[in-house]
Structure formats: structure tokens, C-alpha cells
Design a protein around this ligand. Sequence first.
Ligand code: GLN
Length: 291
Amino acid sequence: MNTLRELLERARATLSPSSEDPLLDSQVLLAHVMGCDRSWLYGWPEHVPDTPQIQQFERLVAQRKAGHPIAHLTGEREFWSLCLGVSHDTLVPRPETEDLVEIALGLDLPPDARVLDLGTGSGAIAVALATERRGWQITAIDASAGAIDVARHNAEQFGLSNIGFLLSDWFAALPAHRRFDLIISNPPYIAMGDPHLTRGDLRFEPQQALVSGIDGLDAIRHIVDTAPAYLEPGAWLWLEHGADQGGRVAALLRQRGFGEVRSHRDLAGHDRHCGGRFDAPGPHPGRGSPP
Ligand code: GLN
């Protein structure tokens, strides 16, 4: 028989060798197919779904067994308590990126701040900031048209009108006169050939959103170099980076002339975010002058 209880039990056994939490994965996929909460599955353990629902569930379980991320199979992932659409064109939003949102909200930005989110992907950062600060004007850029479609859909589903989207390779299509109070980014930062890329969910996420040159820092170098041209005097740049890149990213920011450079650790205790303020170019009163 194909009762909910039996379907869950069979899926759990199928996923046991490969998945970290086979029961949770089975519940999430079955609830998705049934269009219900996970708790409903336990309220009606003897319910027998329709044949197409059973077939869809078995297809999803097979894809999960092959390694596909749960978020790609259900098409959604919770971020900042928002249920965001995701697709194969986007990175699956990670919990540590919520820290970047929190950092941005903690900066002393004006109520009508202009913010640029570079490499927005599913729009996670831009959408979270836009829901928290309705007065901010956010520009969200991505080089993938598929990602821009997903991000735009996410903004629309929350009725957000304070995000503008731009298909662009980093700053390339951004008009030269644009200035921002904050530039924020979770760019690709994994090194080419890193063995993590052949494991787990990373195998199925867009390489473009993950990998950035031999040391993983190509995108970050480009952003740090170019951002000052688009920042108001004293404005912020904040970046997510790899667990072992904190010192190098802080050094890049300082070399480019950023001040108040700060690092922030994730829950695992790794430096994960780094930011600084860019001063106005030109002479600094007092600096370098004789006593
Ligand atoms: N944090 C992700 C990971 O290592 C990578 C995301 C990124 O490159 N921006 O799984």
C-alpha cells in the first residue's frame, strides 16, 4: 500500500545512505507534493495519495538520492523568514548570508539609502533588505538572466517596489553617474578545483555563482577595485567571502583605500564577512601635515 506512513518510510530507507537527514528530506518532499505542512502528514498517516502524487514523490526522492538540493526540488528556501523561490539558475540562499543582511541593517544609513546588491541570485539579500527598509532604493544586479527572473519574481511576491533589477556583469551595465550608500555582495569565492565543488549541493548549483578564479578571489578583487567609483564619500562596501579569506579580503580593502575595515564571524566561528568605508578622494585635513 501507499499510505503516507509507508511512502515516508520507504523514502527514508532509500535516502538513508546518501542524505544527512533522510526523514526530514522525505517529509519536506512529500509535504511539497501534497501541498500541505509536514505536520499534516502525521495527522493522516493512513491517507493514500493519488497515483500522480505518488509518482511525483518517487521522482523527487530519486533526484534527491542523486544529490539534487532539496531547495531545487521544491523550488523554494526560507531566508530571513521569507519563503523565496530558487531555481537551477541561483545559488540556494545560505543561513550565513542572513548575517550580511543584519550587518547592513545595523549600519547608520539614511532612511532613503541607495543600496547596490551585486550578484543578487535569487534576490535573497535585496529582498530581505527591501522588506525591512521600505524607504531604501535597492538596485540588484546579476549576470544571469535566469537569476534576474527568479529575483524579480521574489520581489513581486512580497509586493516590493523598491528594488530595481539590472542584467549586468558586475558594474559593466551600471551607468557611471550612479552612487550608493552601501554596496553589498555575496559573490562567488570558491577556488577553481576546490574539492568541495564535487560534493553535496554544490555540484548542482551554478558554477558562475560559486567559483572565481584560481584563489577564489577574482570577483572580490574586481568588486573592491571598482566599487569606490560608485560609492558616496564615506559609504560602505560589505562582502561575504570564504572561511580562510578574511585576512586577504581585509588587506584588499585597506590597499584600495577603505577605512574602518571590519570582519565578522559566522556561527561556525569563521571570518565570513568583511566591510569598510570609502573616504572621499583628495586631501585629508591634518593627515600628513607637519605638527
Ligand atoms: N558559501 C557557499 C559555500 O561554500 C559558497 C557561496 C559563494 O560562493 N558565494 O557553500
